[in-house]
Design a protein around this ligand. Structure first.
Ligand SMILES: *Cc1c(COP(=O)(O)O)cnc(C)c1O
Length: 231
């Protein structure tokens, strides 16, 4: 057993528990998504052994190799989606957090195999309004949901965001609070949909995200260590 990895994982679990106790009514208020991109399957196996079920991946080919070895785990696609890569995503994942345009939703719907059940999706919101970032703008969400609600092989579950990084806790909270408000507005507009998910918060800002109602936090670095893209 990799002791350092185990230790990192327990520390993240503890941070989550503390934030849940401080800001929410229950100590178990959010789901931890372990972001294993660029990391070997042995590390996935180690924390799976500690009880971790949900894993996030950004690169299709890398992810398929891991899913092939651990089909028992629950796999979330969280990376940018090229339209020519939607088929393996639709066929192999349980969740997609990074649906950033209608065309991608339509392709995932068309390519989802019938025997896999509905694909859970989140709409990515460009909450910091960065010109270089993908995602729906806040005022596009309502129309997008109307269309996606008609797609039978998708279950739209809520929203996801990757805000512009900030080291200021209050700034982090403000941005996440805006996300929570968007979800509440959509829940009121679409009571027939199962909009129960807010995917936000990473290693550097998970406390602020939990304070503002995150239901999934996506943690890579603080569990698995820094990523090395040089290999
Ligand atoms: C890589 C990644 C993460 C994990 O970020 P860390 O800062 O390493 O915790 C979370 N969400 C998305 C969308 C990512 O691409």
């Amino acid at each position: 057993m990799d002791k350092a990895l185990q230790n990192n994982y327990e520390k993240v679990k503890q941070r989550i528990e503390e934030a849940c106790n401080k800001y929410r009514s229950s100590s178990d208020c959010v789901q931890l998504l372990a972001v294993s991109k660029t990391k070997p399957i042995e590390m996935v196996n180690t924390i799976a052994e500690l009880g971790q079920k949900h894993f996030g991946e950004n690169y299709v080919q890398e992810a398929l190799e891991k899913i092939d070895q651990r089909p028992d785990l629950i796999w979330h696609f969280i990376g940018p989606i090229q339209s020519n890569k939607t088929r393996p995503i639709a066929e192999n994942f349980n969740w997609v957090h990074s649906v950033d345009r209608l065309k991608i939703a339509q392709r995932l719907n068309d390519q989802r195999p019938d025997d896999k059940g509905k694909l859970n999706i989140l709409l990515e919101v460009n909450i910091s309004q960065q010109a270089t970032k993908s995602g729906f703008s806040a005022n596009e969400l309502s129309d997008a949901l109307k269309q996606i609600a008609t797609m039978d092989n998708l279950q739209v579950r809520g929203l996801m965001a990757i805000p512009q990084p900030s080291s200021d806790f209050n700034q982090q909270r403000q941005t996440f609070a805006a996300m929570q408000q968007l979800l509440v507005d959509l829940q009121q507009e679409f009571p027939e949909l199962q909009l129960d998910t807010l995917s936000m918060g990473m290693s550097g800002d998970l406390e602020a995200a939990i304070a503002e109602g995150a239901t999934i936090v996506r943690i890579g670095t603080d569990i698995f260590g820094a990523r090395d893209y040089s290999k």
